[in-house]
Each structure stands twice: as structure tokens, then as C-alpha cells.
Design a protein around this ligand. Structure first.
Ligand code: ZN
Length: 645
């Protein structure tokens, strides 16, 4: 979080300083020094030898702290494990290295004193001044190998060389929004650091006017009840990325097995996880050679327009050829009507026969999407030509299959949405917004989520947020006292009742408030099925991918399943009859592909002439293609035919 990126430091200055510090160039160095000494490299360039590499590094650092060497230059002394391997000093001066500020520790005492902090508070000096005063210094990843860094001031010993500015400064931007991360297994924090980037929130205050191609917006974002110091620095209170949910840890009829989560229908109706998805469609009017240009208009069936799609696709267009604001649009509907002149000169020749024509180059909604025309922009492109942009908005209400995650790498998809009346409730009548399966915890050891749950409950009771900053959060013992003060159990568990039967659960249920993020993987963007549809031209097999209405691959492992079941006719149906079945004529003499000559009404083999015996063989088109591709490589794949039994 406190890291900066280095800038280029002139190498010559550094090299001259090194010679002053006792480095001897290859020419000057004695044979002994060459054998026993330490090699010095600047940016990978070999500059000479020095007797004591560690001392050189120390002297170099001393000069850097005095300001005689640029603070972005780094030095790293490497002493190999193997006694015969040469010792090396590496110096880096390049731009783009990540540097971290650390407090220098001398003789077991950090150089940063209360005095400094007081002067910073009164704005007498700045952090930058501390760097020049040699109190803090910038360390890159290589130089870190030569350091021994204390996390907290009270841990500093004689052996330490540096001290962190703050214990939480070891974390980056995304990791520092995790509350109580020191209680989690480390991979979970890594997962969350990756997942936080996929969460929906309030992106930008320019929402009404921006023209991002894709954009999500969480409609009711909330401030975090359990927050961190870094979250404030990152302005997450003004632009939150999730909502505080009442979360119970409980199994629910198997609808939350394998990381599925249960959502409360009433909570969704109240706005839980509701988001907008915006997509931008744009079209510009280009000028062509010969004074022709694109026109924004409603393509007319009478005007000889090639590629005319049918009246219903243009029904939403206004007289200017663009949809109206707030028009309800769905897949295939044209939002910007446009016609273009013919593409090639050759096409002009057809003019004489069929008269002049134009092509339909309208912009339509993506096949699997829908929404409402949110905003329409009329503007011009870099060449000063007319351009329309249409932003389409789609309301996304949480449904089965949408992905949510807490801040502890605990992600899951909605398994079922349950009526509030059927959900469990506490003695106070509190009904959870979300139910997570208890099996999500033992193997993952995300204890931080339990603490967040208790902290969230405490924050809600006392009326202001809990600070959960890494290594410096409010102690659990304090939070537990708050719960007790408000009449709750210190364990965070409560007596709960089954909403369907009204019976009390035998065990107490752990329930609290956890901050959940909606992630941008939603079923609406992924749902896909196909009966018949497009095929590829080359292989005659179904196309790939949802956007092209592709087939669902029945792969090798799925094939193995059918073989194992002994259902070979199903296999034939999937892989041949319903895929790329073709009939090919094969010559029985030579085994190569023959053909039927319609004019002479004879079966002909190119090798054996028209007297050959030719049979019809059913095979996959892809196999026919394979045979022909092999032929193109001068291989003769011969099919030996036998009579079908
Ligand atoms: Zn033949």
C-alpha cells in the first residue's frame, strides 16, 4: 500500500561512486582479488572486484542515507551457500522496480522518534523530509534479502535492520480491505485479494455521462460495519463494494452444499445485491471514396437494401434512425439504424443489372442480452464525423447461480432463494439474509470471518463501525464484551427456530453480520443451451461459444462415460447422427474417395476409372476432412471395405 515505483537513476554516477568506495576495475585488480574477491554488477553489467562486498553495501547505504546517492538506487550483497562460488554485489538503478519505505533501525533503536512524529503532525516536516534525513529508506525486492525487518516497534532487537511503518503496511491495496486477515490461512487472503477486484460497487460519480463499454453498478452499496484503516484511505466509505448481511452458519436442506448460499427472498425484494449492467453500442458514419457515406436511417424494404432484417427488428427506431430513451430492447433489436454504400468496385457493376443498392450495417443488441436504452449520445469521432452511442441498462436482481463472496475468500453461488417465512429465525425474530454452510470453514480455516461476524454484530449494536485493521484491529475480547452488554451470548451463537415447522433447533446457531460482495459473474451472462444451430464451414461441426449460439462440447471424458455405461447407441447419436454425419463414396479397389458423376450417371474413382466398385460409407465429416488433409500431405489413407453384416 505504501509502495512506490522507482525511476531511472544515471548509471555513470553510481559507477564512479563505486570506484571511490574501493571497487577495482578488471584491469586494476590483482590476481588474488580476482580469485578471492567479490564481483560487482551494476544493472547486470560487470564493473569490477571488491575485497569486502558486505562492507561495500554498508558504505553504499550510508552514502544513500546521507543523500549522496539517489534513494531509488538499490544494492544487494549475495553470499552463496557454496564456499567456492563467487560472492556478488548487485546494484540496480532501473525504472519500474517496486520500492517500499521502511524505518531504519540502528543499534536496536528505530531512527523514527516521537519527536519526528510530533513534527509531522504539526506539518513542520513531511514524509519526504524523513527520507532525506535518513530516517526512512526505500528498499526494493532484492535489497530486502539483506534486511531483517521488525513488524512492530516493541519487537525491535539488536539484530533488526529495519522496522515497518505500520504492521498493516506489508499488505497491498486489495489485501488491506480484509478485516482481521491475521486470523486467516494465508491462501484465503490471497483469494480475496484477487476476488475483491471482481466485486460490484459504486464505480464513479460520472455515472450519468460516462461511456464505458461495460459497467456494473451496485444499486444500494453500504459502508462496511467492520472496516480497516486502509479502507478509509482507499475512499471505500464513499464508494463501497458490498453490503452488510445478517449471516447464519447453518445447513439448509442441501441447498447450500458445495459452497452454495441461501438468500432471503424478502431481503432481495428490499434491494440486496441488486445491480445494473450497462453496455455501450456505438456507430459512426464513415466517408468513402467517390463521395459516398454511411447514413443513419431506418432501412427501408423498398429501397433495395442488402441484408434487410425484417420490419420487427427496426420497430424501436425513431425518425433519426436511433432508438428512443427508455425503450425496452432485447436480443437482435436494432438500436442504431445505418446503411452503407456497396463495399467493392465489382459490386458497382451489378448496378446496371439490379440498380443501385445499399448495405444494412445497423447495430443490434447482442443475441443473449436485453435491457432498456438508458442514454443516447450524439457526438463526433476524431475525424469529425457523426457518431451515435447508445447505452443499454439491464437490471440484475439476484437469482440462482449469481456469485457472492465475503472478504475472506469464501465465495459461493446462490443455491436457492427462500421465502422469509420459511427461513430460520432467532428469539428476537431476526431472519438471516444469507445462510452459509458450516462445511465451508473447517478445512479453510477462515477464522477472520467468524471474528468479522461477531464484530459486525457488535458494530450494529453499539452504533458505529469496528476497526478490523490487520494486526491492529479491536481485540475480540472487547467485541465479546459489547455483545454481552447488549444481552447476547459471547460466542455469537443464538437459539434459532425452523421457519417451516416452528421447532427449535437442537444446537445454537452462529449468526452475525458479515460484509458480502456481489461478484460480476452472473448466470444471466452465462446461461446457454442449444438444440440446432450454426455449424462451422470447414468441419460441419457445431460452432463454439455462447456468443455464436454454439454447441455444448461432448468431450472425450463424457464419451468415456457413455462407453462405461455400455450405451453405444447414445454415443453414436451424439457424436455422429446429431453432429457432422456425411456419406462418402469409397472405391473398393484402391480404398480412396470416389465420386458420382451426374452427367454420365456413373460412379468414378480417379485412380481405377469408372469400372471400379464404389460403395457409400457413412462417416463423420471431420474424418473425411482428415482423409483429405492427409492426401494433401502425400499420404494415401486407404479404407478397406467389408460387407455390412
Ligand atoms: Zn479406386
Amino acid at each position: 500500500l505504501s509502495a512506490i515505483i522507482s525511476i531511472e537513476v544515471p548509471q555513470e554516477e553510481i559507477v564512479n561512486k563505486l570506484y571511490e568506495l574501493g571497487v577495482q576495475s578488471v584491469k586494476e585488480a590483482s590476481e588474488d582479488l580476482k580469485r578471492e574477491g567479490c564481483k560487482v554488477f551494476v544493472e547486470g553489467r560487470f564493473v569490477g572486484f571488491v575485497e569486502n562486498g558486505a562492507a561495500l553495501a554498508e558504505n553504499f547505504r550510508a552514502l544513500r542515507r546521507k543523500g549522496q546517492i539517489h534513494p531509488h538506487a538499490s544494492i544487494y550483497y549475495y553470499e552463496p551457500k557454496h564456499p567456492k562460488a563467487s560472492k556478488r554485489v548487485y546494484i540496480h538503478t532501473s525504472a519500474g522496480r517496486v520500492l517500499r519505505p521502511l524505518v531504519i533501525v540502528k543499534d536496536g533503536k528505530p531512527l523514527l522518534t516521537e519527536e519526528h512524529i510530533k513534527r509531522i503532525r504539526t506539518k513542520e516536516i513531511s514524509w519526504r523530509d524523513l527520507l532525506h534525513m535518513g530516517v526512512i529508506e526505500l528498499i526494493d525486492a532484492n535489497e530486502e534479502e539483506n534486511t531483517y525487518i521488525a513488524i512492530k516497534p516493541e519487537e525491535v532487537t539488536e539484530k533488526h535492520t529495519h522496522l515497518e511503518l505500520h504492521p498493516a503496511a506489508i499488505l497491498g491495496v486489495t489485501a488491506s480491505i480484509i478485516p482481521y486477515p491475521e486470523h486467516n490461512q494465508s491462501p484465503r487472503n490471497t483469494y480475496e485479494a484477487a476476488m475483491a477486484k471482481q466485486s460490484l460497487g459504486f464505480l464513479s460519480p460520472t455515472l450519468l455521462t460516462n461511456t464505458y463499454v461495460r459497467q456494473h453498478l451496485l444499486i444500494y452499496p453500504q459502508k462496511q460495519l467492520v472496516t480497516t484503516k486502509a479502507a478509509k484511505l482507499l475512499n471505500l466509505d464513499d464508494r463501497p463494494t458490498g453490503q452488510n448481511l445478517v449471516v447464519a452458519v447453518l445447513s439448509f436442506e442441501g441447498y447450500n452444499i458445495e459452497d452454495a448460499i441461501i438468500l432471503n427472498k424478502s431481503a432481495i425484494d428490499r434491494g440486496l445485491g441488486r445491480s445494473f449492467f450497462y453496455r455501450l453500442y456505438e456507430a459512426e458514419s464513415k466517408q468513402y471514396l467517390g463521395g459516398m457515406k454511411d447514413n443513419f436511417e431506418i432501412p427501408s424494404p423498398d429501397a433495395n437494401v442488402r441484408g434487410y432484417r425484417g420490419e420487427k427488428y427496426y420497430r424501436l427506431l425513431e425518425a433519426d434512425g436511433v432508438v428512443a430513451c427508455e425503450a425496452v430492447v432485447s436480443g437482435g433489436d436494432v438500436v442504431i439504424g445505418r446503411t452503407s454504400p456497396p463495399r467493392f468496385m465489382e459490386e458497382y457493376r451489378e448496378f446496371e443489372i439490379r440498380g443501385p443498392y445499399r448495405r444494412d450495417t445497423s447495430i443490434s443488441i447482442r443475441p443473449s442480452e436485453s435491457g432498456v436504452a438508458d442514454a443516447i449520445f450524439l457526438t463526433e469521432n476524431v475525424d469529425g464525423e457523426k457518431m451515435y452511442k447508445v447505452r443499454v441498462r439491464d437490471l440484475r436482481i439476484p437469482e440462482i447461480g449469481d456469485k457472492f463472496a465475503s472478504r475472506h475468500g469464501q465465495k459461493g453461488v446462490v443455491g436457492i432463494v427462500v421465502r422469509q417465512a420459511d427461513m430460520p429465525y432467532t428469539e428476537d425474530g431476526i431472519v438471516p439474509d444469507l445462510i452459509i454452510n458450516p462445511h465451508a470453514f473447517p478445512s479453510r480455516m477462515t477464522v477472520g470471518q467468524f471474528i468479522e461476524s461477531i464484530a459486525g454484530k457488535a458494530a450494529a449494536l453499539r452504533g458505529y463501525p469496528v476497526d478490523g485493521t490487520a494486526f491492529a484491529g479491536e481485540p475480540v475480547e472487547e467485541l465479546v464484551k459489547i455483545l454481552e452488554a447488549y444481552g447476547f451470548k459471547r460466542s455469537g451463537k443464538e437459539v434459532m427456530y425452523d421457519g417451516r415447522t416452528g421447532k427449535k433447533y437442537v444446537a445454537d446457531i452462529f449468526i452475525g453480520i458479515v460484509y458480502y460482495q456481489k461478484l460480476h459473474h452472473m448466470v444471466a451472462d452465462k446461461i446457454h443451451a442449444r438444440a440446432r444451430g450454426q455449424v462451422q464451414m470447414l468441419t460441419k461441426q457445431p460452432t463454439e461459444g455462447r456468443a455464436r449460439g454454439g454447441g455444448l462440447r461432448f468431450g472425450e471424458m463424457e464419451r468415456d462415460c457413455l462407453i462405461a455405461y455400455g450405451t453405444s447407441m447414445v454415443l453414436k447419436d451424439r457424436l455422429l447422427d446429431e453432429a457432422d454425419k456425411t456419406e462418402v463414396y469409397v472405391c473398393e479397389e484402391c480404398g480412396l474417395i470416389a465420386y458420382y458423376d451426374v452427367r454420365t450417371r456413373k460412379y468414378v474413382c480417379r485412380l481405377c476409372g469408372d469400372k471400379a466398385r464404389v460403395s457409400k460409407v457413412v462417416m463423420a465429416y471431420a474424418f473425411k476432412l482428415l482423409l483429405q488433409e492427409m492426401m494433401s500431405l502425400n499420404i494415401a489413407p486407404r479404407l478397406r471395405l467389408k460387407e455390412k453384416v
